[in-house]
Design a protein around this ligand. Structure first.
Ligand SMILES: *Cc1c(COP(=O)(O)O)cnc(C)c1O
Length: 361
């Protein structure tokens, strides 16, 4: 059986031990004679899976007791509407920082329901940096302040969390959840689509401070109201059972095989530094992001020559480094090196880039 090195931005690589375990348990989950794909979400067996996934997430991320963990559907994109509909019912105002496509989509969706204010943007330089924020420009009576923590397409990340005082900070952490420790208590809401760093597509995990639940706008659909899911243990309707099960296996891998998020961060820093160090020393390849805002998870880079970029992508693919073409708005290449990408995958990619550089310069 062949496995490639998959640098996809999402859905993305999963740990091999998780895939093997899922394969072993496919026909008969722990002696119950059924697959997790087949069983009732109301069964005792599935209850063990969903409560197990939640308690592992709480333990690994050190989530305080006054936060609810919700397992939702509709992708991260559905939260772009759910957040203003749930949080914007007081003053109908929110602040947004535009650091890329996902933040901009969230802002545009929010603007349909409330007065959405752009505090800062890095669009002037193709989102290649995180704008410096001045708290004096923040809306004092905003219902929330919104950021996209790790910008999957552009490869930037906030190294400092903005201080928004009493205004709840909401962060999309789709492409960096579980990659480093994070102080949950600094946020009103953290949420993530699972398909980048946690599980297959189909699941969104939302971590919500309890006082932010229960004040949705009247027009908020029942299924988007956080209260609906908080009151029903994420089982108001059928949850994405299989994806929650894989998320539980991934969380077990982080806890037992990796040893928690401090260790996960060390491994991720090691992988990223191998790639960034090479980009900084290469005469052919260059990172597109300012060094101080570089992401540990998504690394865009270019040669500066579109034909050479295309040749690199083609040859890399032939050598089993797949899904490495950059997003069309940045061009070039992007290596997404999520938790499940082994160090060896990055080392081999860099070795291949060196060979390519030598052969083409
Ligand atoms: C992928 C991604 C999204 C969109 O996720 P969907 O689940 O496809 O809606 C939103 N935000 C970020 C940061 C992403 O990386």
């Amino acid at each position: 059986m062949k496995r490639v090195y998959n640098f996809s931005a999402g859905p993305s690589v999963l740990p091999e031990v998780v895939l093997k375990r899922a394969a072993e348990e496919m026909f008969d989950y722990q002696g119950c004679g059924q697959s997790v794909m087949e069983m009732s979400h109301r069964s005792k067996v599935f209850e063990g899976i969903i409560t197990g996934a939640e308690s592992l997430l709480r333990e690994i991320m050190n989530i305080p007791d006054n936060y609810k963990v919700l397992f939702l559907q509709g992708g991260a994109s559905t939260q772009f509407a759910a957040i203003p509909l749930n949080l914007g019912n007081k003053n109908r105002k929110a602040d947004y920082v535009l650091t890329g496509q996902w933040a901009t989509k969230a802002y545009k969706e929010a603007a349909r329901y409330l007065d959405a204010n752009v505090v800062a943007s890095s669009k002037d330089k193709t989102f290649s940096y995180i704008p410096k924020l001045d708290p004096d420009t923040f809306t004092k009576d905003a219902d929330y302040f919104y950021i996209c923590m790790n910008n999957t397409i552009y490869g930037t990340v906030y190294h400092d969390i903005p201080d928004t005082g009493d205004v709840p900070l909401v962060a999309d952490i789709s492409s960096c959840i579980l990659s480093t420790p994070i102080d949950v208590s600094k946020f009103g809401i953290l949420y993530a689509g699972a398909q980048k760093n946690m599980a297959p597509a189909g699941l969104v995990v939302a971590i919500i401070r309890e006082d932010l639940i229960g004040n949705a706008m009247d027009i908020c659909p029942t299924m988007l109201n956080f209260q609906t899911h908080a009151d029903n243990g994420s089982m108001f309707n059928t949850p994405p059972c299989w994806t929650i099960y894989i998320a539980k296996l991934v969380l077990e891998w982080i806890k037992n095989d990796i040893g928690g998020l401090e260790n996960m961060q060390k491994i991720n820093e090691k992988k990223a530094s191998i790639l960034y160090n090479f980009l900084d020393s290469s005469n052919m390849f260059k990172g597109t992001v300012v060094p101080e805002d570089r992401s540990l998870m998504n690394v865009p880079f270019v040669t500066g020559n579109a034909d050479l970029d295309a040749k690199f992508v083609k040859e890399a693919t032939a050598h089993d480094f797949v899904n490495i073409k950059g997003h069309r708005t940045v061009g070039g290449m992007r290596a997404s090196i999520y938790n499940a990408m082994p160090v060896e995958g990055v080392e081999k990619l860099v070795a291949f880039m060196k060979e390519f550089e030598a052969a083409n310069s």
